[in-house]
Design a protein around this ligand. Structure first.
Ligand code: NZQ
Ligand code: ZN
Length: 380
């Protein structure tokens, strides 16, 4: 087991009607709020109206940034930060999924500086302080609600990259499973896949920590047991709650204790597919994870076999384990080949070039350039 420091300052509010304490929570930070949201889901499902009422009842002065897109862009972050800076906001309220909350994290550190937000990603700028961030999560998937990570795309450089700082944790996150009732079936499945992928990335980490492996296997089992049931019953509060809780626990530090870092090679490659073809994050991972396990099967056969055997509760070979995991992703309606997105033909070279430009790699399983082509052939 590796030495570790565990730090997580986010206050989590979980369950029914928790939004009743959103107003008083925001007021702790001041009266001027920058409300950040996506491309309309909160207007369609009525949450926007509820949030505006809460803000009005609590006498908040509201500035808004609408239109953060899935796989979010640095230019939206810069535009939102300019509004926050100009109006000297006291607090940011992010209402949405991972894309909105990730963007809000970077907005929170961009407002106090004059630099463009991408400077943090290239380490040309270092954050000194952050405007407090409060999040209302509407999609269970990324774990961003209780972690410091943020992932943005920069169309000018062709890169999708992650950033973290001790300043980028949300101060409070509000998780009412009912707010995820309107997430469509496909995105619900991508969320289940994403949380499983976070567990798998940490399972394939550089260090052994047996208790943490048990946390990981429990979270994956929870998702594999209740995820399919949820996909048949999208308005079921208890099932939504189980998946929301699992997604938060999959990437809030719990699954990496004593492991130093996860591998994250699959995420690194998945970001390339999201960037190039605008594939939803969770779907990019179900395309790549089976291929990644096939690529490295003979280097880590014991690890793959014990994963499959533990999850499916019977003795499996490495290849059988990979097949079962691939079948599970397929059974919940996630793609397991890039061709399922209609992307065919001679795309090997352009994906290869983007993997090189994005320096795709993992912490445990290192890619050589020839591995990129092997991986691509396994998921095309
Ligand atoms: O834009 P709106 O209108 O809000 O619609 C969104 C979007 O179209 C919609 N949606 C969200 N809540 C909904 C809803 N539709 C109906 N009802 C609701 N209640 O769902 C679509 C996808 O939203 P998005 O926020 O993009 O999804 P997700 O939460 O999966 O976030 C994906 C982003 O997070 C990054 C990914 O790379 C990707 O950019 N990640 C962030 C991580 C982190 N911060 O820890 C880790 C992850 O591995 C991941 O990389
Ligand atoms: Zn992910």
């Amino acid at each position: 087991m590796e030495n570790f420091i565990s730090y997580n300052p986010t206050v989590l509010h979980f369950g029914r009607n928790i939004l009743s304490s959103l107003g008083p929570t925001l007021k702790e930070f001041g009266s001027k709020v920058l409300l950040v949201y996506g491309k309309g889901s909160i207007k369609r499902n009525g949450l926007y109206g509820k949030i505006k009422n809460i803000l009005a009842e609590n006498g908040m002065e509201v500035f808004e940034y609408e239109g953060i897109r899935p796989n979010p862009l640095n230019r939206d972050v810069d535009a939102a930060a300019a509004i926050g800076r100009e109006n000297k906001v006291d607090v940011i309220l992010a209402v949405g999924g991972g894309s909105v909350i990730d963007s809000a994290k970077i907005i929170s550190i961009t407002i106090p500086v004059q630099n463009p937000s991408w400077d943090f990603f290239t380490y040309a700028a270092k954050p000194e302080k952050a405007i407090p961030l409060v999040a209302v999560l509407t999609l269970a998937a990324t774990g961003t609600e209780m972690n410091p990570f943020a992932v943005l795309q920069n169309p000018d450089t062709g890169v999708k990259a992650g950033y973290r700082s001790t300043l980028t944790f949300p101060r409070h996150s509000f998780l009412d499973p009912e707010l995820t009732f309107s997430v469509p079936k496909d995105y619900t499945a991508y969320g289940i896949a994403d949380l499983i992928a976070h567990c798998l990335e940490n399972y394939f980490s550089v260090a052994e920590s047996t208790l943490t492996d048990r946390f990981i296997l429990s979270i994956i089992s929870e998702a594999m047991t209740y995820g399919p049931a949820l996909l048949d019953d999208l308005q079921n509060y208890d099932l939504r709650a189980k998946i929301m809780f699992s997604a938060t626990m999959a990437l809030n530090g719990l699954t990496s204790l004593g492991k130093n870092t996860g591998d994250w090679g699959v995420h690194s490659a998945g970001h390339v597919l999201s960037f190039m073809y605008d594939i939803p994050h969770g779907a990019s991972l179900t395309i790549i994870f089976p291929a990644w396990m096939k690529l490295f099967r003979d280097q880590i056969p014991g690890r793959i076999a014990s994963l499959g055997s533990a999850l499916f509760q019977k003795s499996l070979t490495p290849q059988e384990s990979i097949d079962q995991i691939e079948n599970f992703f397929r059974s919940i309606g996630c793609p397991v080949r890039l061709s399922e997105y209609g992307i065919t033909g001679d795309v090997r070279r352009e994906i290869f070039n983007s993997m090189v430009a994005n320096k795709v790699n993992g912490a445990l399983m290192k890619f050589r350039e020839e591995d990129y082509l092997k991986l691509i052939d396994l998921f095309l």
